[in-house]
Design a protein around this ligand. Structure first.
Ligand SMILES: NC(=O)c1ccc[n+]([C@@H]2O[C@H](COP(=O)([O-])OP(=O)(O)OC[C@H]3O[C@@H](n4cnc5c(N)ncnc54)[C@H](OP(=O)(O)O)[C@@H]3O)[C@@H](O)[C@H]2O)c1
Length: 288
């Protein structure tokens, strides 16, 4: 048997990829720490428990790799997993990486380099997800509860992408075992337009009627807030420090990769907000 092992298969990106692959009749396994008893494709998989890895991998020739979330040192568990995948004959690995490199987390860079270096290895460098504006992400949680965005990113812009478009790009690279990725090993995935938090808040207000205020905070205060929201300390500090890079314009970039890979343009933030009016605190009826 051949097929795609979708790690993070119950998450925003992996879940969307599972739906796309199923729609195309692609055999797959949905990896989760808590596999659904109702899903015959579900398999138990835990980054923290390497004994779950071989059974999840066996018989699969392609992997969508969602590394351990909220970790500054993913290579610890991903390194041995990649070695096991190679031993079991996996031919393609598509890594959900990030366009935004966490400061003080060289392990993520090393992990991407290892995937890129292997035959059939592809790295998706995804920009910030639009879904961060929805609960339970701390940004979305604050919008919903307080009608506020706290940010240390100033007027810096990000090419926000809908996680479903990341999944669509991954599907283009994973659905067909016969299609070899071209010589390109690295795809910067973004939405159609870079927006600052202030731009995003203005769109939310315009489309939902919910007033969203942008409050400037320092990176230390931001790290404290992320810790309070449950992120491990080191990771919270790194994610907060990213905002400094955004403020300096490092992530003000857009690409055509989603269109190139899928044949469709990526969803706009405006369309995302229209679709999630209730989740963003609107009453569902308001729209300019
Ligand atoms: N948010 C952003 O702006 C952004 C931007 C670029 C890249 N990324 C990357 O996107 C990734 C997250 O993807 P996502 O947002 O689609 O995921 P998500 O919705 O946050 O879901 C997390 C997924 O990871 C799985 N998971 C959590 N802990 C696990 C463990 N110990 N072992 C195995 N699986 C585990 C969960 O599965 P179960 O709970 O079912 O086990 C779930 O499927 C991160 O690696 C992040 O770096 C995010």
């Amino acid at each position: 048997m051949t097929g795609v092992l979708v790690t993070g298969g119950t998450g925003k990106t992996g879940g969307a990829l599972v739906r796309l692959l199923r729609g195309n009749g692609v055999p797959l396994r949905v990896a989760s720490r808590h596999p659904s008893a109702d899903d015959p494709d579900a398999v138990r998989f835990d980054w923290e428990d390497p004994t779950t890895h071989p059974a999840a991998l066996r018989g699969m020739d392609r992997i969508f790799l969602v590394p351990p979330v909220n970790s500054v040192d993913p290579i610890l568990s991903v390194g041995p997993f990649l070695a096991e995948a190679r031993r079991l004959g996996v031919r393609r690995v598509v890594l959900l990486g990030s366009a935004i490199v966490l400061p003080n987390a060289p392990s993520a860079v090393e992990m991407a380099a290892r995937v890129r270096a292997r035959p059939g290895g592809v790295v998706l460098r995804a920009s910030g997800f639009m879904q961060n504006f929805l609960s339970p992400h701390p940004v979305g949680e604050r919008i919903l509860r307080h009608g506020e965005v706290h940010t240390a990113a100033g007027e810096g812009a990000v090419g926000w992408i809908d996680a479903r478009d990341v999944a669509a790009a991954a599907s283009a690279l994973l659905a067909d075992p016969g299609v070899e990725p071209d010589s390109q090993r690295d795809y910067l995935l973004t939405g159609p337009k870079a927006l600052s938090y202030r731009d995003a808040a203005a769109i939310i207000t315009a489309r939902t009627g919910r007033k969203v205020r942008v409050v400037t905070v320092g990176t230390e205060e931001q790290a404290f807030a992320y810790r309070a929201a449950g992120m491990p300390s080191e990771f919270a500090a790194a994610v907060a420090a990213v905002e400094d890079g955004i403020r300096r314009g490092l992530h003000d970039q857009v690409s055509t990769a989603v269109l190139d890979l899928t044949g469709r343009p990526p969803r706009s933030f405006d369309a995302f907000v229209r679709e999630h009016r209730i989740g963003l605190g609107g009453n569902g009826g308001f729209e300019h």
